[in-house]
Design a protein around this ligand. Structure first.
Ligand code: NDP
Ligand code: GDR
Length: 354
């Protein structure tokens, strides 16, 4: 039975990847962080009591900032594949926590690669690095592909740039089967609630049932190539099944603005939005009324912004046979429907409390 270690298993991608690998018959090990609250809600449905039979999912406490912990985990598990998904992954937050972001996202990747070397696992353990379209940052070329030059625009992207290159370097220097998946934005009902897509679909659901009045957003003009997370974790696995380790862009090849996402999400709950004003004064108004549902709040602006991301997934299609299965319209619908159900449940709970 193949063994895999997933860092960041409690995150959006980690949870979908764990599902995929368990279905494929892997023994899955995941790193979780100690927290004073519950942080395993995305994987609770996969977890079985270790005393039961046929248990294939094992969780271990750890942290990307703790070298000895990572070394010990690799020594115990001897994984055939590592998926390094753990990261402080919020771009705006990285401006506030730049040093911590570099420690976990950049040095954390180095720590794992060094652990592979130290334990002599170079020929056994394949390594996937969660690289990002944020590496492209300030537009150099459209669409962005594997050969497009990088121009990071945040502490997060700069940390991920180091992680990208150290992964390439350890592949070239020590022959480790290591791949960078340069993944463009991918979303789902499990997306963290402070990323823009989920923030919008949560608000659409809550406004529709009367639990919220307004949605405050930052830059409405930003454009992203948004795909569906379960499609993207499949690509991660496919990369590690190749004969040779390589880096791949994973994207849909379509780009849409935050404004378009808002319009479509609200349409799904029966609300037509009309835009009035410009820049920080722009407002999204419910058609046929004077009800302001969306306002711009500059606190959500970033000191340096990535204005436009559009990926070219041709290499992934040709070499991996990977293609996205969910369109932008379908993605918005999946997320809104899920968040509308959640809002109705919240409403029911609040009525019940009286
Ligand atoms: P999430 O933010 O949903 O999940 C991040 C995961 O990393 C969580 O499990 C989190 O644990 C864990 N984590 C954070 N810091 C540490 C640390 N210091 N030590 C151990 N674990 C830590 O991210 P996604 O699932 O969306 O993304 C997965 C990876 O892919 C990330 O590396 C992200 O940067 C990258 N990426 C994401 C894209 C996207 O659009 N989603 C696109 C391209 C790249 P906890 O639950 O305890 O917070
Ligand atoms: P991003 O995702 O920065 O692309 O990083 P996010 O959803 O945070 O922002 C996308 C764009 O929307 C604009 N925006 C807002 N963003 C947030 N979070 N909140 C707002 O209120 C808001 N209003 C407008 C942002 O300015 C930005 O332009 C995600 C993360 O998953 C990274 O880890 C990953 O590497 C990249 O995607 C690819």
């Amino acid at each position: 039975m193949l063994k895999t270690l997933i860092t960041g298993i409690t995150g959006q991608d980690g949870s979908y990847l764990a599902e995929l690998l368990l279905k494929k018959g892997y023994e899955v090990h995941g790193v979780i962080r100690r927290s004073s609250g519950f942080n395993t809600k995305r994987i609770d449905h996969l977890y079985k009591d270790p005393h039961e039979r046929d248990v294939n999912l094992f969780l271990h406490y750890g942290d990307m900032t703790d070298s000895t912990n990572l070394i010990r985990l690799l020594q115990e598990i001897q994984p055939d594949e590592i998926y390094n998904l753990a990261a402080q992954s919020h771009v705006k937050v990285s401006f506030e926590t730049a040093e911590y972001t570099a420690n976990s996202d950049a040095l954390g990747t180095l720590r794992l690669l060094e652990a592979i070397r130290l334990l002599g696992l170079e020929k056994k353990t394949k390594f996937y690095q969660a690289s990002t379209s944020e590496l492209f940052g300030k537009v150099q070329e459209i669409p962005q592909k594997e050969t497009t030059s990088f121009y990071p625009r945040s502490p997060y992207a700069a940390a991920k740039l180091y992680a990208y290159w150290i992964t390439v370097n350890y592949r070239e220097a020590y022959g480790i089967f290591a791949c960078n998946g340069i993944l463009f934005n991918h979303e789902s009902p499990r997306r963290g609630e402070t990323f823009v897509t989920r923030k919008i679909t949560r608000a659409a659901g809550r406004i529709a049932v009367g639990l919220q009045k307004k949605l405050y957003l930052g830059n409405l003009d930003a454009k992203r190539d948004w795909g569906y997370a379960p499609d993207y974790v499949k690509a991660m696995w496919m990369m590690l099944q190749q004969d040779e380790p390589e880096d791949f862009v994973i994207a849909t090849g379509e780009t849409h603005s935050v404004r378009e996402f808002v319009e479509l999400a609200f349409k799904h709950v029966g609300i037509d939005i009309e835009w009035h004003g410009k820049g920080v004064d722009e407002k999204g108004i419910k058609k046929g009324t004077d009800e302001i549902l969306v306002e711009v709040d500059p606190r959500y602006f970033r000191p340096t912004e990535v204005e436009l991301l559009l990926g070219d997934p041709t290499k992934a299609k040709q070499k991996l046979g990977w293609e996205p299965t969910i369109t932008f319209e379908e993605l918005v619908k999946i997320m809104v429907e899920s968040d509308l159900r959640l809002a109705k449940y919240e409403l029911h709970k609040s009525n019940f409390k009286g």
